[in-house]
Design a protein around this ligand. Structure first.
Ligand code: F6P
Length: 320
């Protein structure tokens, strides 16, 4: 193995730069040339790339986003686009490709694997819905962002006896809403994985304010409803002054937490070592604190990762 490729794909997340840095530094330490493709798989199709050196990744660890940029590449959904990408990689003498991204990006990596390219996938998505890993890159930073925002909200909510509905990302996965709900001491976390009764919630909110509580925080995962929809229902039933905060893409940015920097470093090094050791077509992951490899096809075909039962139980026991 002489030359490897690297790209970030799909929705960005914090820690991608740290993962790029780790792949580059580990690759160079194994005497590999590392080629970075710009804007995900599109960079392979358009032959938009640059050789990466330690200088290219210097000072990038602490930056959010991805300096290689990211994109969702529609052409890779088509056989013709996949063939072109694979041919370009072969033409460039790429012996292995590291794909940093979420489930859609991993499906792209699997498509290239089926066209004869050796790939390694690194799970990176704030949604934490990728199976065969306890944590995807970017989740911890997103949680820290949410906790910071909700802590700020609580200050102002308390000053005005207000209820806030806070909308988190996550597509159909409620991980961010429920885990942030636990960490913020929210009253409720409305997630696709658990049924809820808005009537009960409203009765409880009324009771809280009667008891003299000066704020209530309700987390809602975007896969359930919009914050505005939930706020309207509460206002209609209880008549409270209810405000919303849609956290949106703020959750994906910012300097990565130390957890994400370390995870990115471990994933990046494990990806290169797998390629060098001939364990190709794998996804790296974290299981009980250890780095593991899972066959990429198995990981992709496993679908979405469910939220750990223990997390749901914790939330229930805490009355969230
Ligand atoms: O998958 C990551 C994610 O941030 C989801 O949580 C969210 O629904 C989606 O991407 C947003 O996508 P876009 O950046 O295309 O608006």
């Amino acid at each position: 193995m002489k030359r490897i490729g690297l790209l970030t794909s799909g929705g960005d997340c914090s820690g991608m730069n740290a993962a790029i840095r780790a792949v580059v530094r580990a690759g160079l330490s194994h005497n590999l040339e590392v080629i970075g493709f710009q804007k995900g798989f599109q960079g392979i199709i358009d032959r938009y790339y640059e050789p990466l050196t330690t200088k290219s990744v210097s000072g990038k660890m602490q930056l959010g986003g991805t300096f290689l940029q990211s994109a969702r590449c529609l052409r890779l959904h088509e056989e013709q686009g996949q063939r072109l990408a694979a041919d370009n990689l072969i033409g460039l003498g790429i012996d292995g490709l590291v794909v940093i991204g979420g489930d859609g990006s991993h499906r792209g990596a699997l498509a290239l694997q089926r066209h004869g390219i050796s790939v390694i996938a690194i799970p990176a998505s704030i949604d934490n819905d990728i199976p065969h890993t306890d944590m995807s890159l970017g989740v911890d930073t997103a949680l820290n962002n949410i906790v910071y925002a909700v802590d700020c909200l609580k200050d102002t909510a308390s000053s005005h006896d207000r209820t806030f509905v806070v909308e988190t990302m996550g597509r159909n996965c409620g991980y961010l809403a429920v885990v942030a709900g636990i960490a913020c001491g929210a009253e409720y976390a409305l997630i696709p994985e658990m049924k809820f009764d808005i009537g009960n919630i409203c009765r409880h909110l009324r009771q809280r304010f009667k008891e003299g509580r000066d704020n209530s925080i309700i987390m809602v995962a975007e896969g359930v409803a919009s914050a505005q929809e939930i706020a309207n229902q509460i206002k209609d039933q209880v008549g409270f002054e209810t405000r919303i905060m849609v956290l949106g893409h703020y959750q994906r940015g910012g300097s990565p937490s130390s957890f994400d920097r370390l995870l990115a470093s471990r994933y990046g090094v494990a990806a290169v070592e797998a390629l060098v050791g001939g364990e190709v077509n794998q996804m790296v992951g974290l299981s009980c604190g250890q780095i593991i490899l899972t066959d990429l096809q198995t990981a992709v075909e496993a679908g979405r990762r469910p939220i750990d039962e223990n997390v749901l139980k914790l939330a229930t026991t805490l009355g969230i």
